[in-house]
Design a protein around this ligand. Structure first.
Ligand code: XMP
Length: 430
């Protein structure tokens, strides 16, 4: 292994990630592990230079005050504790230590080297993947999102043709998105990629379904079924690659975080189709995943792609999905993306998209009365998607987008700009 590591043990903290990022900002890799890790498991991580017990403000896991295994205190690793009262660590802090104190521990007491960078991370992970997988095969659902694309590129580097990617086009992708997945992974990187066009199947199941959560359930459930069918056609697969990243792993102190909408990932595969997981990005934060993608040579448009919900355009074609409105969402979204890129807004705005409601309004086209759909444009900025503000898009840019949508998109006679922050509005409409 090329990188030294400081291990943070989660003693109920809500700020483990803050601490991990603080250590990584010193150039030293840091991972968060559960408090009940064994010494053997720590040895197996290799290159562990020191351990921090972090109680954070909670100091409690599942309602219980916890401690690490006694053997850990005897293990000889340099150890400090933060908000976890124990007489068995050399130093104890009541709050997260500042950079100076942390440096003293990391570089002084632990003797760690500042050798955390993406090149070393990629090489270490490739080595770990090869050790885990050996000569066997890994299956990966490649959606084209940042996380699955980066995992695909990393697995490809590590095990080449032992990786089988499956891309399910549910017909709710943005314009040219599935094509781009095929172009990059099949044509350029020569990955073993199975492309499944399941558009008709998804649209058939969704016909007449207007309730958003019901739509999500259908899309998520059908996705698993299509993926499962493809998996059954393949022989000798033992592993499932997943683009789990650190923010997907909930800290013990935030277990009660409320879920407003059901988000779907590939999970829920049937019992007889259980695989061992390969999750090489599970210790990375989003910006680090992007840096990893760039290190692996993925194109910037894939790595800096804005967030896109799993149910795709399905939750932007409001109410029961119809093909004409789905096309209107797809085409208007493509125009919006093109114009935002020209105006440099794609690098500034966090998420931007169009929505087509399921009602019509009166308009005039070629001196005649028409009754057609409207396109709503939304552009928002946020840090954590919990609250969001509307981007003050330049009037001329909005004017150009409006003109193009009215000219180029069929069945549309009106364009609106959504001015609502979150809360009270959510980012998506459904
Ligand atoms: P809301 O609408 O809840 O969105 O304010 C917050 C963020 O989550 C995305 N989103 C989803 N992502 N599956 C996903 O993978 C979903 O069902 C889903 N619904 C919303 C949304 O695009 C925004 O970035």
């Amino acid at each position: 292994m090329k990188q030294d590591m400081i291990v943070i043990l989660d003693m109920g903290g809500t700020n483990n990630t803050v601490l991990a990022r603080q250590i990584r900002s010193l150039g030293v890799y840091s991972e968060i592990h559960p408090h009940d890790i064994t010494v053997d498991e720590i040895h197996a991580l290799e290159n562990v230079k020191g351990i921090i017990l972090n109680g954070g403000e909670n100091r409690i896991v599942d309602g219980q005050a916890v401690d690490v295994r006694a053997e850990l205190y005897e293990s000889g690793y340099p150890m400090i504790s933060v908000d976890h009262p124990t007489s068995r660590c050399e130093k104890q802090y009541e709050n997260l230590p500042d950079d100076e104190r942390l440096k003293e521990f990391v570089f002084g007491q632990c003797g760690a080297e500042p050798n955390w960078n993406m090149k070393n991370f990629v090489e270490d992970q490739a080595e770990l993947i090869r050790r885990q997988v050996g000569g066997r095969k890994v299956l990966l659902a490649l959606s084209g999102g940042v996380d699955s694309s980066v995992v695909a590129a990393l697995l490809l580097k590590a095990i080449g043709q032992q990786l089988v990617c499956v891309h399910v086009n549910h017909g709710l992708m943005r314009k040219n998105e599935s094509e781009s997945v095929v172009e990059v992974f099949k044509n350029q990187l020569h990955a073993n990629l199975v492309y499944v066009d399941a558009t008709e199947r998804f649209l058939g199941k969704l016909a007449g379904v207007a309730d958003p959560e019901e739509k999500r359930k259908i899309i998520g459930g059908e996705f698993i079924r299509v993926f499962e069918e493809e998996a059954r056609k393949l022989d000798g697969i033992d592993f499932l690659g997943q683009g789990t990243i650190y923010p997907d792993i909930i800290e013990s102190g935030t277990k009660t975080a409320k879920m407003v909408k059901s988000h779907h990932n590939v999970g829920g595969l049937p019992e007889d189709l259980q695989f061992e997981l390969v999750e090489p990005l599970k210790q990375l934060f989003k910006d680090e995943v992007r840096a990893c993608g760039i290190e692996l040579g993925l194109p910037a448009h894939m790595v800096y792609r804005q967030p896109f919900p799993g149910p795709g355009l399905g939750v932007r074609c409001l109410g029961a999905i119809t093909r004409d409105r789905l096309e209107a969402v797809r085409e208007s979204d493509a125009i919006l993306r093109e114009e935002f890129e020209k105006a440099g807004l794609d690098k500034k705005v966090w998420q931007y998209f169009t929505v087509v409601p399921d009602f019509k309004s009166v308009g005039m086209k070629n001196h005649e009365r028409c009754f057609e759909y409207m396109v709503i444009v939304r552009a928002i900025n946020t840090i954590d998607a919990m609250t969001a503000d509307v981007e003050k898009v330049d009037w001329e840019v909005l004017d150009k987008i409006t003109k193009r949508i009215l000219e180029e998109v069929g069945n549309v006679n009106r364009v609106c700009y959504d001015m609502s922050p979150k809360p009270p509005a959510t980012i998506e409409f459904e």
